[in-house]
Ligand binder design. Structure first.
Ligand SMILES: *Cc1c(COP(=O)(O)O)cnc(C)c1O
Length: 374
């Protein structure tokens, strides 16, 4: 039986053509494809500035730097995320202050923010987990009230919106990532979107070795090589032009899953609805609260053995070995996050899935659950 992967990029003829064109142009870095990609990102996010970079992690690093977050500062953020949303704070010597999540949306529980404030709090960094927009209107209100920066990790949510505004336009700046499992891919790549010219200027300079302007050998700040090459940008242009089609394909498959898994609802909690418009990134179910982490791990093994790609999304950040070691976290610190994390299971999800693939996953999940109970 074929292995059904967790994720697979959707690469068509347009992508082939654009990448070929970029290759034939002989200009493989710092050219027109990057400019076109940034223009498309500005259009999708409804912002004035977009700066293409080499990864979502690089985008986060540059934003945190641009806002002047520094050693001694604390940033309120979620422990239920991909590691980069927290690591970017460590890069500049700041300290992540984790705040537990809402069990329905899996995003930061905004009612807990106030209690986590200290005299050192400088910013909130929120994540649109699994493509569900964070409560940006409330986060913006909170940050205004307490004079804090607001940083958006929208790496999982390109195309989502809330309050009539696309993610990417919320916060002082937003980060996107285009790894091959995301809604669109550039291979490796990322982007900063912002309405602030000073943030955009910092990101442009720092991605390119701190140059004063792109074509001069004068280096005005400590920079990096976080550039996005032309082949990646060309691939990204094709993907962005196909964004509505790609997102519609993902939404349709999420609907199929909802129908196929409806009869397992006693054992499996399906992705919850939240405010705003979701952009489907992954399809993550939770086992019912009566199940343990050991059950979940056994289920992962059973499904993998049957050729179903699946993964435990996300392991709690504060319990990662590096974070435990450095900050002394122990289980119990963020109970909602840990409970969700222990029972979560990402299933195969990509726009090329056919109805029979979804049916197969549902059947295998049902059989694995039955074996678990024996
Ligand atoms: C994918 C992702 C990133 C960025 O990942 P890169 O691999 O660096 O592009 C950052 N934050 C979250 C929440 C992500 O899912």
């Amino acid at each position: 039986m074929d292995f059904l992967p967790l994720a697979r990029p959707d690469i068509g003829e347009l992508e082939q053509r654009y990448v070929q064109d970029a290759l034939r142009s002989n200009r493989l870095a710092g050219g027109p494809w990057l400019q076109r990609f940034e223009q498309l990102m500005r259009d999708v996010c409804g912002v004035e500035f977009a700066v293409g970079v080499s990864s979502g992690t690089a985008a986060l690093h540059l934003i945190v730097q641009a806002l002047g977050i520094r050693p001694g500062d604390e940033v309120l953020t979620t422990p239920f995320s991909f590691i980069a949303s927290s690591n970017c704070l460590l890069y500049v010597g700041a300290r992540p202050r984790f705040v537990d999540i809402d069990p329905g949306t899996l995003n930061l529980d905004t009612t807990l923010l106030e209690g986590a404030l200290t005299p050192h709090t400088r910013a909130v960094l929120a994540v649109d987990v699994f493509g569900q927009p964070a409560d940006w209107p409330e986060l913006a209100r909170f940050c205004r009230t307490h004079d804090l920066h607001l940083i958006a990790d929208s790496c999982e949510a390109l195309g989502a919106s809330i309050g009539g505004m696309p993610v990417g336009s919320w916060g002082e700046a937003a980060a996107f990532g285009f790894y091959p499992n995301k809604q669109i891919t550039t291979g490796e790549g990322g982007c900063v979107t912002t309405g602030r010219s000073d943030i955009a200027a910092h990101c442009r300079s720092a991605r390119n070795q701190g140059r004063a302007t792109d074509d001069r050998m004068e280096h005005v700040v400590l920079g990096y090589n976080y550039r996005l090459d032309e082949l990646s940008a060309a691939l990204g242009c094709a993907q962005l032009e196909r964004l509505p089609e790609l997102l519609a394909g993902r939404s349709e498959r999420a609907l199929w899953y909802g129908e196929a898994l409806a009869e397992l609802q006693d054992d499996v909690v399906l992705p919850g609805a939240g405010p705003g418009k979701r952009s489907w990134f992954v399809y993550v179910v939770q086992l019912a609260p009566s199940f343990s982490r050991a059950h979940r791990d056994e289920l992962l093994a059973l499904l993998t053995n049957r050729g179903i790609g699946c993964a435990p999304y996300f392991p709690a950040l504060h319990l990662q070995p590096y974070y435990r070691e450095r900050f002394g976290y122990a289980p119990g610190a963020f109970p909602i996050c840990e409970s969700v994390s222990d029972r979560s299971l990402a299933l195969p999800f990509f726009s090329g899935m056919r109805p029979e693939h979804v049916a197969r996953v549902a059947r295998e999940l049902q059989e694995a659950l039955a074996r678990l109970r024996r």
